[in-house]
Every structure is written in structure tokens, then in C-alpha cells.
Design a binder for this molecule. Structure first.
Ligand code: C5P
Length: 397
């Protein structure tokens, strides 16, 4: 899909540079030619030798390398590619791009180019959240630079939050999306994600351990393929994706209303972990301790949003996908669930605590369709999302 595309890949200095090595491999697997550029700081994290070996090309490192000037000047180098990709992109290179500085080879190439530029930021969460970084990002987005990620997650510095570089396959999907064809262009896809919170009283609620990671990754992958995504999210741990219409809800009832309001859609993907029950009559005042005994909570059943949409007589999306989190007999339970709910596919997974899947970075799913069950190898949630988005694109094609 990237056959004959030439990508100038600039690696800047962050620990995520090691993922840049895998990125080179993934881009080349898809037929792209990769010309690597390393900043001085990047060389502290990956060696020019390993980068050159994986790229199968010379590594450009220094603005004043006269041999390079004889072979190819930096102006020509900056314009020889179909896309300039900066991955990882540090806060520093983003600041230089925003200011238009040109004090090393990487920043000079970025200033001299008339080629489209895409960046995959990677930095500490505080650096990402800093108003200066956000200001710089707004400015370069205004200059037409495409931004992939970053993701939420554990960081090498020991903190947690947005700032982790997108996974190589997510970046590849964005690069493929850039060159098109974008098979989901013009398609509206609803994605539900995250947990729901069901109130007990104004300060207490019933929740579950869903982080929203898989739904968020899926929304991102669908956007990369060109979809218009309405992202209906409960109170998730991870930040929502960019370039989607976000509808933030708390309860299952609010989620149902938001999904109904978002219809019609070409596809609806129900990745949210919706509470099955709510407290029948949540108190509008904080429950107090009392000598008269403990409070008794009575439950009422929540609407099944997936089943409702799957069974719509008119206006049913062409493809309805549910998720099934199981702890045993995964295929049997998920197959029965597919039939009971009336959806087209079920993405089933084993969430027994020992798998580390709930709230973790990886997933091992089994796709249940009318063709039977198809187990996928364990992979990152981002890779599951990319693969699923491609399957969705094929089904809607
Ligand atoms: O029945 P169960 O909760 O196991 O089904 C899981 C699937 O159903 C998920 O796709 C989830 O998003 C969806 N669901 C829903 N509304 C509910 C309960 C589950 O949409 N009330």
C-alpha cells in the first residue's frame, strides 16, 4: 500500500526512538523507501548503524556534512520525499517547528521543505500538557502539519498519561491514510467506549474497571481510514482521540440516548463496558450513616444498547459489532451472545485477572462472525484496533 512512496523519517531524541526502529521495518514491509535522519540527541538512544541497517539507506546526521552536499544538498533532501515523518517528535523539535528555527539538519529540512509533514509526538506528560507545547501544536497544525497521537500510558519516566508515542502500526495506518485511498471516507461510525457510572447518590456511584483503551484505539484507527466517528464515551481513564465528535456521558441511559441521537450510521461498534444494572431510585441527597441500619440498594436493569441497535426494524447500521468480556468458555459464551443480541460480529476476549487484559496495553481477541470464530494472536490494543478497522472497512466496502 506504500509501494513507491519515499518517506524521510526524522528521529529526534527520546526513549521512543527505539520504536522508530520497528517503524522503519513496518514502513518498508509495506513497500515504502525510508531515508533516515537522526538528530544528535536521537543518537543517544539509537545508533546510526542500526537505523541504516534497518532502512537499507544512508543515515543523514549533520547539516554541514560536505559529502552529503556534494551528493544531495539539504534543500533537495527535504523535497525528495513524498512525506516527512518525525517520529518520535520531542517537545523541542515541535517548538523549533512552531518558531521556524533551522539550527540543525532536522529543523532545517523541516523549514526548507514543501513536502507534507506528519509528526508522532513523544514526551513526558507534563511537557505534553504544558501550555507552551499545546500552543506550539496548535500553531504547527495551522501550518498543515498532521499529528498522530500521542497515546495515554505508562511512560519510561515512571509517570502515566498522554505523551507515549503512538505504536508503529498506528503511525503506519496514519501514513497509509495520508496517501489514501481512505476506504472509510464518507462513512459514519459510532463507537461507544469506557465504563459507565451509575449513581447511588450525588457523591457515590457504581463503576467498573474499563479504561476505555480499546475503544479509543479503535476510534483512532477508524479515523485513520477516513471515517467520521461519533465517539460516545463514559468516564474513561485514557484521553479521547483527536478528530472525532466526542459525546461524553456518565450513565447507561445517557449512553443510549447519545447513541440514538447519533444515528443513522454505517456501522456501530459497542466497545463500552456498560453497567448491566443501575440503582433503581438513586437518592438525590447524600445517604447518611444511621443507627437504624445499613442502606438497602435496589437495582433496575439498564437498557441493552447493543441489542437495541442490532434489532432496529428501520435504520439499523449496516454493521453492528459488540464486545464480549468473558472469564471462561469464551467462544461458547460469545457465540451465544452474538445470537442473543442480534449483532453481526462479537469481538470476544478473556478478561480473567491472570491475562492482564483489563486495563492493560495488550489484547487477545477472537472475532465471532456468521463464519464462525477466528482467534487472533495476542497483540497491542492499537494493533487489534488497526486490524479490526481494516476488517470493518472491508465489510462496508
Ligand atoms: O451483555 P454483555 O454486557 O456481556 O455484552 C457486552 C456487549 O454489549 C458490549 O459490546 C457492550 O458495549 C454492549 N452492551 C450495551 N448495553 C448494555 C450492556 C452491554 O451496549 N446495557
Amino acid at each position: 500500500m506504500l509501494q513507491d512512496k519515499r518517506i524521510l523519517l526524522i528521529l529526534t531524541g527520546g526513549i521512543a526512538a527505539y520504536k522508530g526502529l520497528d517503524l522503519i521495518r513496518r514502513l518498508r514491509e509495506r513497500g515504502a523507501a525510508v531515508t533516515p535522519v537522526l538528530t544528535r540527541a536521537a543518537e543517544q538512544f539509537v545508533t546510526p548503524l542500526s537505523v541504516a541497517a534497518l532502512a537499507g539507506e544512508k543515515v543523514y546526521r549533520d547539516l554541514f556534512d560536505l559529502t552529503d552536499e556534494a551528493e544531495m544538498g539539504h534543500i533537495q533532501l527535504s523535497r525528495s520525499a513524498d512525506l516527512i515523518l518525525v517520529a518520535p517528535a520531542t517537545a523541542d523539535i515541535i517548538a523549533k517547528m512552531a518558531q521556524g528555527r533551522a539550527d540543525d539538519l532536522a529543523s532545517t529540512l523541516l523549514l526548507a521543505t514543501d513536502t507534507p509533514v506528519m509528526i508522532a509526538p513523544a514526551m513526558n506528560v507534563r511537557m505534553w500538557d504544558h501550555p507552551a507545547t499545546q500552543r506550539n501544536l496548535t500553531r504547527i497544525a495551522g501550518d498543515g502539519v498532521a499529528v498522530v497521537g500521542p497515546n495515554d500510558g505508562d511512560m519510561a519516566c515512571g509517570e502515566f498519561g498522554p505523551g507515549r508515542m503512538s505504536e508503529p502500526l498506528e503511525i503506519v495506518a496514519a501514513v497509509e491514510g495520508h496517501f489514501g485511498p481512505r476506504p472509510l471516507t464518507g462513512k459514519h461510525v459510532i463507537v461507544t467506549s469506557g465504563p459507565t457510572h451509575e449513581p447511588i447518590d450525588p457523591v457515590r456511584y457504581i463503576a467498573n474497571r474499563s479504561s476505555g483503551a480499546q475503544g479509543t484505539a479503535l476510534a483512532r484507527a477508524l479515523v485513520a481510514l477516513g471515517a467520521d466517528v461519533t465517539f460516545v464515551t463514559g468516564p474513561a481513564d485514557v484521553a479521547p482521540p483527536a478528530d472525532v465528535k466526542i459525546v461524553a456521558v456518565e450513565t447507561a441511559h445517557e449512553m443510549k440516548d447519545a447513541v440514538d441521537a447519533a444515528l443513522p450510521a454505517d456501522a456501530a461498534i459497542f466497545a463500552a463496558a456498560v453497567a448491566d444494572w443501575r440503582v433503581a431510585s438513586a437518592s438525590d441527597q447524600k445517604l447518611k450513616k444511621s443507627k437504624d441500619g445499613l442502606p438497602v440498594l435496589t437495582f433496575a436493569e439498564n437498557p441493552d444498547i447493543l441489542a437495541g441497535v442490532s434489532q432496529l426494524a428501520t435504520g439499523r447500521p449496516g454493521l453492528v459489532v459488540g464486545f464480549a468480556a468473558e472469564t471462561h468458555d469464551v467462544v461458547a459464551h460469545a457465540t451465544a451472545k452474538r445470537a442473543r443480541k442480534g449483532c453481526d460480529w462479537i469481538v470476544a476476549n478473556d478478561v480473567s485477572p491472570e491475562t492482564g487484559i483489563m486495563g492493560g496495553p495488550e489484547n487477545a481477541v477472537i472475532l465471532i462472525t456468521d463464519q464462525g470464530s477466528d482467534p487472533w494472536p495476542r497483540m497491542s490494543k492499537a494493533d487489534v484496533a488497526t486490524r479490526l478497522a481494516q476488517r470493518i472497512a472491508n465489510a462496508l466496502g
